[in-house]
Design a protein around this ligand. Structure first.
Ligand code: 16G
Ligand code: MG
Length: 541
């Protein structure tokens, strides 16, 4: 390690005094102007992680669904996964080190993590369309080069595309080609093959309106359009030519406000979907003939996909275990439907993709989706092998096995991916001849409400049982229990946000009025028992 060079370059990416940041659920995220030093340091850290794992590591510059002025960075581990927890700690220490501590901190991490400094390092970098992203990704590159790491800058990519690149590179191209064309070819080939058996279901199913949140998804979907145009016509809205990133549009806006994005022309019964700012989330929706808005969130996406997979597995007659992983935010109706009607085991983990991803790896086929639309399906090696073998069987089984192989190719195994999920969903709707209304009618969501409460220190709230029960402060869980008892089909929980300085409240009940009223009552309990600041939560939204 050339410590003088590190000192010299680090000073060019100096840390603002007193700034303390935490590597959270999705990396570092804050106002873009505060992130230059973090980017440089994450370049350094990526080199160390690459040396330690003897693999390519990814660095993605994005703040996903956050406002355009924000930015963020996260590291991608060798198999396209989120950074290992022990390295999240290293990331936090490094990001917060004072200038003069930098060389020692790097040495400390190298010793603690047994990094062989002689090992070569390779880092791949991607960024979203934020105005600040280009310069910030250059700071990452500065960090990589000062530690003499090799790198490839992919420039503009969706987050899942960067995960894909990392995964391809660390499996010697077996998973796919580590180029943007490789990504499009792999997905479009699987999509076209999967849908080619479909009985012709007419044009109404084959065109889709996509709200791209004025983000990277628009650029990438436009590039991909001609690869899939024979099977699906996409019409892009909020494509970044006029509007602001994530402003009144995108998957997060649509899900949390339960209304259409601005800038989308919706006619009744047309299938529409929204990506978020870095295209790793997707939600669907439509307007019915009375003009009512219907949201089809991650839970209903998981249900559609699991039922399709279950049918195919039944056809090939293989005993592969399938499990669905959700979080506490999953609508109670979805959990009930999956367990009671579809007879699929459902598991609940803490919020944050890494928790769901990890749990999903326990199954032959692990379907995981957060209600907010982030998810994918993971297939174990054993499942892949059994499916391959089933292709040798009689005709009907062979067809199902072939379809499953295409489904495996179509799902991004490295991360939840809006583009890949969209293609799977479209393929299933085509194959089953389902309209968006029929899909929506699988079950009826319980009315629900999410609220935010400001408290002095959100860490006073700790939880257990996958965030469904409060442990501290004392008395809060009892208060929630008492409130929940007053309503039918009700449920409520609270947790400190991992991305904002607030406490989140979730409630569901038999009617919207009751869900709203329960959410408000729980907010008041949080405010009173967990050190609320500012104005007391008011009823009404
Ligand atoms: C991040 C997470 C997402 C989670 C959300 C919760 C990743 C890649 N993203 O966006 O999975 O749902 O945070 O935010 O892990 P919250 O803690 O503010 O509720
Ligand atoms: Mg995102």
């Amino acid at each position: 390690m050339d410590l003088d060079a590190i000192r010299e370059y680090s000073a060019l990416h100096a840390k603002p005094n007193g700034l303390v940041l935490q590597y959270g659920t999705a990396g570092f995220r804050t106002k873009a102007e505060h992130l230059d030093h973090v980017m440089f340091r994450m370049g350094l850290l990526a080199v160390l992680r690459s040396k330690q794992t003897k693999s390519t590591i990814g660095v993605m510059v994005t703040a996903s669904h956050n406002p355009e002025e924000d930015n963020g960075v996260k590291l991608v581990d060798p198999l396209g996964e989120m950074l290992a927890p022990s390295w999240e700690e290293h990331a936090t220490c490094l990001a917060n080190a004072e200038e003069h501590e930098m060389p020692r901190m790097l040495m400390d991490i190298s010793v603690k993590a047994a990094v062989n400094l002689q090992q070569d390092a390779f880092v791949v970098i991607g960024r979203d369309t934020r105005p600040s992203s280009k310069k910030l990704s250059q700071s990452v590159i500065d960090g990589v080069t000062v530690l003499e790491g090799q790198f490839h800058d992919y420039g503009l990519l969706t987050t899942p595309q960067l995960h894909y690149m990392v995964y391809c590179r660390n499996t010697s191209g077996q998973y796919g080609k580590a180029t943007i064309e490789g990504y499009y070819e792999k997905l479009s080939k699987a999509f076209m093959e999967l849908t080619k058996q479909a009985f012709c279901s007419g044009d109404e199913y084959r065109s889709l309106k996509v709200d791209c949140a004025n983000g990277i998804g628009a650029l990438k979907l436009r590039e991909m359009e001609h690869y899939i145009s024979q099977g699906l016509a996409v019409q892009l809205f909020n494509d970044g030519t006029k509007g602001k990133l994530n402003h009144l549009c995108g998957a997060d806006f649509v899900k949390s406000h339960q209304k259409p994005p601005q800038g989308m022309e919706m006619k009744s019964n047309e299938r529409c979907c929204s990506f978020d700012g870095d295209a790793d989330r997707i939600v669907y929706y439509y307007l019915d003939v009375d003009g009512h808005f219907h949201l089809i969130d991650g839970d209903k996406i998981a249900t559609l996909i699991s039922s399709f997979l279950k049918e195919l597995l039944l056809e090939i007659g293989e005993s592969l275990n399938i499990g669905v992983v959700q979080t506490a935010y999953a609508n109670g109706s979805s959990t009930r439907y999956l367990e009671e009607v579809m007879k699929v085991p459902v598991y609940c983990t803490k919020t944050g993709v890494k928790h769901l991803h990890h749990k999903a790896q326990e199954f032959d086929i692990g379907v995981y989706f957060e209600a907010n639309g982030h998810g994918t399906v993971l297939f174990s090696k054993a499942a892949e092998t059994k499916i391959k073998l089933a292709k040798e069987l009689e005709d009907k089984k062979r067809e199902a096995a072939k379809m499953l192989e295409n489904v495996i190719d179509l799902f991004n195994q490295a991360a939840g991916d809006a583009i890949s999920d969209m293609l799977v969903i479209e393929a299933i709707l085509i194959l089953k001849g389902l309209t968006v209304q029929q899909w929506d009618a699988l079950y009826t969501d319980l009315p629900n409400r999410q609220l935010k409460v400001k408290v002095a220190d959100r860490q006073v709230i700790s939880t257990t049982d996958a965030e469904r029960q409060v442990v501290t402060p004392p008395g809060l869980q009892e208060a929630i229990n008492d409130l929940v008892k007053k309503y039918k089909l009700s449920r409520a929980f609270v947790r400190p946000s991992g991305t904002e300085d607030i406490v989140r409240v979730y409630a569901e009940a038999d009617s919207q009025e009751n869900a709203d009223s329960l959410a408000h009552a729980v907010s008041l309990a949080v405010f009173q028992l967990a050190g609320g600041v500012g104005e007391t939560p008011q009823p009404g939204f």
